[in-house]
Design a protein. Structure first.
Length: 142
């Protein structure tokens, strides 16, 4: 199986494709063995209809890149950059429920934190030099 083929699970295939914007500059660090790790906090604005009314809901996703891809992301991406990311890796999840990890916001409401390790990241433009961030400036859950 090549790196680009979806990972097979017990009864299916898991594959994530995401087009999103960074809501903060990428955070680059190195493991004790010297491997680069880049964490990117991103947001996707979805237009949803509830009770006949349309609204925008923001989905927050943490995307992680490793190795040379991590260093490239940290060098060229900034807050507001738009990326296309794919992953065939199992996302971060709550081991008891199988759902994304949940958290309690300062206002008492609950949210979920989606996380995954990217196999491929394509830069789509934007960033601090070109375009503003579309996601609302709110407390980021991670």
């Amino acid at each position: 199986m090549s790196d680009q083929e979806p990972k097979r699970t017990a009864d299916g295939i898991f594959n994530v494709t995401l087009v999103c914007r960074l809501v903060a500059d990428p955070e680059l660090r190195y493991t004790p063995s010297g491997t680069a790790v880049c964490n990117m906090r991103t947001a996707v604005n979805l237009r949803v209809q509830e009770n006949g009314d349309w609204s925008i809901k923001t989905v927050w996703v943490r995307v992680t890149a490793w190795g040379k891809q991590a260093e490239t992301c940290a060098k060229w991406l900034t807050k507001g950059s738009k990326i296309f990311a794919t992953s065939n890796n199992r996302p971060g999840f709550d081991h008891e429920s199988g759902n994304p990890p949940t958290f309690k916001r300062q206002d008492g409401t609950y949210g979920a934190s989606f996380e995954f390790t990217a196999d491929q990241i394509v830069f789509l433009g934007g960033g601090a030099r070109n375009e503003p961030v579309e996601a609302e400036e709110t407390v980021i859950p991670f």
